[in-house]
Design a protein around this ligand. Structure first.
Ligand code: PLP
Length: 393
């Protein structure tokens, strides 16, 4: 079968491949400690599940409008009005099947063949592939470990090209945990405004910022960027709702309308029951988020120093999300491997520990280690890694 050139340019998802491989090994009886997880290990809050069950009993099981239920679009717009002083109207919101669905529709609506999109590396693995699926070309901009992997205006400026249309900024970042502050945002916005770039902010980890640091949404850039600002987020991580497939984009009316046209011919809409649940999540108690944040903070306080203590590993302190992103190239010699992909494979094979290799995030030499697993599981994973390294030295 000859496949389209477009799809042949796109690579499969590295993180989903890791999950599929772990599931396969587990089904075959392997004793695995899974630190490859890209989703919360918490349950969806009860009142959110109840709202969906209620909606089902009321037979709210039909199509909604493509853009989403008006009351939900209003609640989403409100959140950015109240928290960030942004002026998005409900008609500037597209509810979608996860942040992934929202990003896909936005990129399809914005990017033409040959257009370029700047992506800071290490990056979430779907960005370059979504750009390629739209016929565009990703321009990968490295960030620096000694700057805490922060995206910077300086790095972006050094890679500007005439065909660059947009830049994707992910804060808090998967996989590095870097979190942009107001100054970093302002510098990026000033450059983007001067160069006519659209800034697409992916904020799916917005609920998880540590050390009392504030989360600064890209929405605060609206006065500078105006119609060149797109915010994408979802309920997947914040409310432990990955399987509900509920996310959204906010942006200029014409782009949101165009993205809705893409969605109309694709998923049609986000699932109706999930929209009802999402409304309850956004408008109900936010206490579950605080409890999850506290628990992630406890795990991070164990994991990061424990990794830093292993000779051959260097680990920047992640400021947000729920991943550590240690550099493991110092382990290649003792482990007898030549890449982080080989290191990750060896860890699964010899220690039964699942991680995700940096190659999938445009960052060879690193591993992504998730702390969306219970503290005893994380402790066991670290102990197994330590034992393997000690055995091999
Ligand atoms: N953006 C980032 C940075 C992510 O890590 C993920 C999921 O792993 C997504 C977007 C997609 O999330 P959703 O479940 O809302 O589609």
């Amino acid at each position: 079968m000859s496949l389209s050139r477009r799809v042949q340019r796109a690579a499969p998802s590295a993180t989903l491949a890791t999950k599929a491989e772990a599931d396969r090994l587990r089904a075959a009886g392997a004793d695995l400690v899974d630190l490859g997880l890209g989703e919360p290990d918490f349950d969806t809050p009860e009142h959110v599940k109840e709202a969906a069950a209620d909606a089902m009993r009321r037979n709210q099981t039909h199509y909604t409008s493509v853009e989403g239920m008006p009351v939900l679009r209003e609640a989403i717009a409100d959140r950015y009005r109240v928290r960030d002083g942004a002026t998005f109207g409900a008609d500037q919101v597209l509810v979608a099947s996860g942040a992934k669905g929202a990003l896909y529709a936005i990129i399809q609506a914005l990017i033409d063949d040959g257009d370029e999109v700047a992506i800071f590396a290490p990056y979430w693995s779907s960005y370059p592939e979504q750009v390629k699926l739209a016929g565009g070309n990703p321009v990968v901009i490295p960030t620096r470990e000694d700057d805490g992997f922060l995206p910077s205006a300086g790095a972006l400026e050094s890679r500007l090209t005439p065909r660059l249309r947009a830049v994707i900024v992910n804060s808090p970042c998967n996989p590095t945990g870097s979190v942009l502050g107001r100054d970093g945002w302002s510098a990026l916005a000033a450059l983007a405004a001067a160069r006519g770039l659209t800034v697409i902010c992916d904020e799916v980890y917005e609920a998880f910022v540590y050390d009392g640091l504030p989360f600064v949404s890209g929405a605060v850039l609206q006065p500078v960027l105006g119609d060149r600002l797109v915010i994408v987020s979802s309920l997947s991580k914040s409310y432990a709702m990955t399987g509900w497939r509920l996310g959204y984009a906010l942006g200029p009316r014409d782009l949101i309308r165009a993205a809705a046209t893409v969605q109309a011919h694709d998923a049609s809409q986000a699932p109706t029951l999930s929209q009802c649940a999402g409304l309850a999540a956004l408008t109900g108690t936010q206490e579950p988020l605080r409890l999850m944040l506290d628990e992630y903070a406890r795990r991070r306080a164990f994991l990061v120093p424990a990794l830093q203590r292993i000779e051959g590993i260097a680990c920047v302190e992640p400021r947000g999300a729920f991943y550590a992103f240690p550099r493991v190239s110092g382990l290649y010699a003792p482990l007898g491997v030549r890449s982080s992909a080989e290191a990750a494979a060896l860890l699964v094979r010899e220690a039964g520990v699942v991680t995700v290799a940096g190659e999938g995030f445009g960052a060879p030499g690193y591993l992504r280690i998730s702390y969306a697993a219970s503290l005893p599981v994380i402790e066991q994973g670290v102990a197994r890694i330590e034992a393997l390294v000690a055995r091999r030295r």
